[in-house]
Design a protein around this ligand. Structure first.
Ligand code: UDP
Length: 357
């Protein structure tokens, strides 16, 4: 029996882990121990995903959130080490690029427990993003690197991973598995009275919320788009809500509380365009045939920019307005199998079993 200790803590990790945990449950040879760090803790940022996506209840709830990055990561590291010493897993499994990812990987690596990283190799090449630091360091200490795309594999090759003992495998993107698996359960958010046409927006990257100039320009752009192109619906991340309030910005679009994943899938299926600074949303727009206008200066999902499905616009209000006007209502064809086609989670579990033999 192989024992895998999974560390999750933030919204996108619950969604990614849901499909891998589902695949693990079909294998008698694997026992999964789930640790929730507590990084995201609001009911609508955490519990809703466990309920909707049928994720097994975490065995450990560490309840760690808030504070600076160092403080949060350090507290997680300390508690995760204790859990790992207690549970003695054969492998640690981490997802994405949050502080929970880095703490899990580092705790495992220091105890010489092999670490597997789902969503390895992504790079924005912008070290001002906390996520970029987390990705680079997590990849460095991982033994098994599950890449979603060929560009992620290419990034690791550039960093010399070919010559190391670590194993790099391109498995596809677990977020495509999740979107395909749950699409038929999509449902309209209760705050949305079935609208006509609309644009779906999300906004929460620190580079946008923690920069007053960028945030006010983005709010201005959203207001202009809402008034002149199509109504904008924005499920508002708690960090963004706090930043908008603090700056006293006048946001005139339809903001709603963060929604569950099934509501998000409904919004994706019915919108005419996605505007976002989220990593996950850029691909989900593509899975649903929608164009995406990305409110950042770089993206890790470069293949979507290359095929014209996604346009990077940064925070400039004029550039954003022009891009939305150009892409609104456009259908994007997903005929490239860029993200593996929906079997990434199965391939991950197969590889974990293979490695244990
Ligand atoms: N998401 C959600 N409800 C929301 C906003 C986002 O379920 O109100 C989902 C979204 O569909 C995607 C994931 O959360 O699957 C993305 O997470 P987020 O944007 O927080 O993180 P990122 O992908 O940028 O790391």
């Amino acid at each position: 029996m192989m024992r895998i200790l999974t560390v999750i803590g933030a919204r996108p990790q619950f969604i990614k882990a849901s499909v891998v945990s589902r695949a693990i449950q079909t294998e008698e040879a694997i026992e999964e121990i789930i640790v929730h760090t507590g990084q995201h803790f609001d009911a609508n940022m955490s519990d809703v995903f466990f309920n909707q996506l049928d994720i097994p209840r975490p065995h450990y709830q560490l309840d760690i959130h808030g504070g600076g990055h160092g403080s949060m990561t350090g507290r997680m590291l300390e508690k995760l080490e204790a859990v790992m010493l207690e549970e003695k897993p054969d492998r640690v499994l981490v997802y994405g690029d949050t502080n929970s990812t880095l703490a899990g990987a580092l705790a495992g690596a220091k105890l010489r427990i092999p670490v597997a990283h789902v969503e390895a190799g992504l790079r924005s090449f912008n070290r001002n993003m906390p996520e970029e630091i987390n990705r680079i360091l997590t990849d460095q200490v991982s033994d098994l690197l599950f890449c979603p795309t060929s560009s992620a594999v290419g990034n690791l090759e550039q960093e010399g991973f070919r010559n190391r003992l670590a194993r790099v495998v391109q498995v596809g993107d677990v977020m495509q598995d999740a979107a395909l698996f749950f699409a038929e359960h999509a449902r309209c958010p209760k705050e949305v009275s079935v609208p006509g046409e609309f644009i779906l927006a999300t906004l929460h990257r620190a580079e946008n919320t923690d920069d007053a100039g960028r945030l006010s320009s983005l709010v201005n752009a959203l207001n202009q788009v809402h008034k002149n192109i199509a109504p904008v619906i924005l499920p508002l991340h708690p960090r963004t809500r706090a930043a908008i309030q603090e700056l006293g910005l006048d946001i005139k679009i339809k903001t709603i509380d963060p929604v569950g994943y099934l509501e998000m899938l409904w919004l994706l299926a019915h919108c005419g365009l996605v505007m976002t600074d989220s990593g996950g949303l850029q691909k989900e727009a593509f899975f649903f045939g929608r164009a995406c206008v990305t409110l950042r200066d770089q993206t890790e999902w470069v293949e979507l920019v290359e095929i014209g499905a996604n346009q990077l616009v940064g925070a400039d209000a004029v550039a954003i307005f022009e891009a939305v006007k150009r892409h609104y209502g456009r259908n994007v064809e997903d005929n490239n199998s860029l993200y593996g086609g929906g079997d990434a989670s199965v391939r991950i579990v197969e590889t974990l079993i293979e490695e244990a033999q």
